[in-house]
Design a protein around this ligand. Structure first.
Ligand code: AMP
Length: 281
């Protein structure tokens, strides 16, 4: 992979990388299409990264569909699929980790200790192997995107980090490989994440700026949904990820919940300036 990417860069081409864990859906494919529009060659990596899963999480049962994914990427016109083995990425004696301090231990990091250490470490490794001019990520994982941008800045990486919008199902549920775990009833309950954020969006557009009131209303959506167990609902500053008292500047409303035993996340982007507000769900 290093050799192929090095040669492409040597030929003056723009190398794009889309890191994924596979079981590809339209969310992933939107990143792939964005990369294909701006880069050639495009490399898609598929690696279910063991180090970002906690000991009691779903690493073993995480959906794997390599053959199907390969076909889908080939049809889309992707040039290279990079699907390393865990033993190649983490050979015996592996000891170096990347930790983005402060940002990695809140929200998703609090629910999943060590998760972001695994994420930033594997993403740095992928960026080092491919050394793409551009690397593509989804805002679906907003905290992850924030950490990766910080890592790229702090470690002087040459890759531009591109963050793309969330792709949703018709009823609003953010696409995720984990949605495949949901039973019919759970699938219905899973829209609670979108409903909570959509309600927040409408309240903000009506002029609501009290973050605590917004959070309380989000919690009520989950209280009314017996199959959903809220993990967190917060309104935070998009740069620091710290909780806000009032909605102001660039913010995120984030929710995480367990639907049955499936952990799902979603978020709403908010840009509130004097007298004007823009939201993106
Ligand atoms: P994953 O395979 O879940 O690790 O995701 C790989 C990349 O796809 C990450 O950058 C995700 O943020 C992005 N992604 C996953 N789901 C979506 C979605 N519904 N919309 C946009 N991007 C997504």
């Amino acid at each position: 992979m290093k050799q192929v990417a090095r040669q492409a860069r040597g030929e003056g081409r723009i190398v794009g990388l889309v890191p994924t864990m596979g079981a590809l859906h339209e969310g992933h494919m939107s990143l792939v299409r964005a990369a294909l529009g701006e880069c050639s060659p495009v490399v898609v990596s598929i690696f279910v990264n063991p180090t970002q899963f906690g000991p009691h999480e779903d690493f073993q049962k995480y959906p794997r569909a390599l053959e199907q994914d390969r076909k889908r990427l080939e049809e889309a016109g992707v040039n290279y699929l990079f699907a390393p083995e865990a033993a190649e990425m983490y050979p015996p004696g592996f000891r170096t980790w990347v930790n983005v301090e402060g940002l990695a231990d809140r929200l998703e990091g609090r629910s999943r200790p060590g998760h972001f250490r695994g994420v930033t470490t594997v993403v740095l490794k992928l960026l080092e192997i491919v050394q793409p001019q551009k690397a593509y990520f989804g805002r679906k994982d907003a905290q992850q995107a924030r950490l990766i941008r910080q890592m790229a800045r702090d470690l002087d990486l040459d890759s531009e980090i591109v963050v793309r919008p969330i792709v949703r199902e018709a009823d609003g549920l953010a696409m995720s490989s984990r949605n495949a775990y949901l039973s019919v009833d759970e699938r219905r309950a899973a829209t609670a994440l979108y409903r909570a954020l959509d309600q927040t969006r409408r309240a903000i557009e009506r002029g609501e700026r009290d973050a605590q009131r917004l959070v309380r209303a989000m919690r009520e959506v989950f209280s009314a949904e017996p199959l959903a167990q809220l993990d967190y609902a917060e309104v935070v500053d998009a740069a620091t990820l710290e909780s806000l008292i009032r909605v102001r500047g660039t913010c995120l409303a984030l929710v995480a919940a367990r639907i049955g035993s499936t952990h799902l996340i979603d978020n709403l982007f908010i840009e509130a300036r004097d007298g004007s507000v823009q939201t993106e769900l």
